[in-house]
Design a protein around this ligand. Structure first.
Ligand code: ATP
Ligand code: FE2
Length: 320
């Protein structure tokens, strides 16, 4: 069975093709704003313009033609409405043309499913950290339950906003990581965990006020150490409370070596398993949508319209 998946929730337009659950192609292009943050209409335009090119690249890579695809899956949400619409319309067009079924996939669930597949960890706690999302998620009673999450901005957004103030272009995560390695002095920053949840906007404001008063390297170092420690605390609590013995970190921020190191240390200390996510599958990608569409192939869905606020726990998981 061939499944084609389209990802278009935010910056990334991706097309993945899988055959019987194995990835044949995973192509993407990322919209990068010239200055400042993401402009939804501009990102959507990027997806419209590059969509057909990425689609062709994926088909060529997988060596399949559109007529061979048995099922079309798309990222139904959460995400930016103009971007979601592009993925939906393209999927609908293709499925109608070839008279095939469509599956709407929850973007966060897709991150978990590809992580389970790639790492081989069957029942992990997942720390999902991207530009817009920060969640600690795990499987309980037929759903993926959000154990803890950010009460305001996503962690990637915090890094990107801070980066912009430091003169680092988007996405700032990789450069902040590099600078942090050279940081030596820890500056005490607010450490904000509220119950199971974390909050970053106070930290963002605090950091904006110390820029210029400390070395950039020390600011980046302190920022990473503080917010990653918060995430580790929330993840460890979820593992203890839900009695799970493994951890995966997914999302664009999962590319960060220091964050992964902290995950490994925390897991080692509690005799739990930790697996690194391959970079290709850690960030937004089409393969995760195709793969989750494949798992959901027998689902009957009444509503396929884009859902900007689609919650992770809104999806009933029937295939586990
Ligand atoms: P979503 O729609 O799920 O929120 P997204 O559009 O933010 O996704 P991702 O690719 O999942 O896309 O994540 C991008 C984020 O990852 C950016 O905020 C970027 O700064 C951050 N990032 C990338 N590499 C690193 C790194 N090495 N360290 C920290 N953050 C990183
Ligand atoms: Fe994502």
């Amino acid at each position: 069975m061939y499944v084609l998946g389209i990802e278009s929730t935010a910056h990334t337009f991706g097309v993945g093709i899988i055959k019987d659950g194995e990835v044949l192609a995973n192509e993407r292009d990322i919209y990068r704003p010239k200055a400042g943050g993401i402009i939804p209409g501009e990102a959507a335009l990027h997806h419209y313009e590059l969509g057909p090119i990425i689609l062709k690249r994926a088909l060529d890579k997988a060596k399949v033609s559109l007529s061979q695809i048995d099922l079309f899956a798309f990222s139904q949400g959460p995400g930016l409405l103009p971007c979601l619409k592009v993925g939906y319309q393209m999927t609908k067009f293709l499925a109608d043309k070839y008279d095939k079924k469509i599956i709407g996939v929850n973007h966060c669930v897709a991150h978990i499913e590809i992580a389970r597949k790639v790492t081989g960890l069957n029942d992990p706690v997942m720390l999902y950290v991207s530009g817009g999302n920060t969640q600690v998620v795990t499987y309980e009673n037929g759903r993926y339950v959000v154990f803890g999450e950010t009460q305001d901005i996503g962690i990637g957004n915090l890094l990107d906003k801070t980066g912009r103030r430091l003169g680092i272009p988007f996405p700032a995560g990789p450069k902040i990581e590099e600078l942090a390695k050279q940081g030596k002095n820890y500056i005490k920053l607010p450490y904000v965990i509220k119950g199971m949840d974390v909050s970053f906007s106070g930290i963002e404001t605090f950091v904006s006020q110390i820029i210029g008063k400390h070395k950039m390297e020390d600011i980046c170092f302190s920022l990473q150490e503080t917010v990653f420690a918060m995430l580790m605390e929330a993840s460890e609590r979820a593992m203890a409370y839900c009695k799970k013995d493994s951890l995966i970190i997914a999302g664009g921020v999962a590319a960060n070596t220091r964050l992964n190191k902290m995950g490994k240390i925390m897991c080692d200390e509690r005799n739990a398993r930790f697996e690194f996510m391959k970079k290709e599958y850690a960030g937004d990608n089409g393969a995760m949508i195709a793969f989750t569409g494949y798992l959901m192939r027998d689902y009957v869905q009444d509503d396929l319209s884009p859902r900007p606020d689609f919650r992770t726990d809104a999806v009933e998981i029937k295939y586990r």
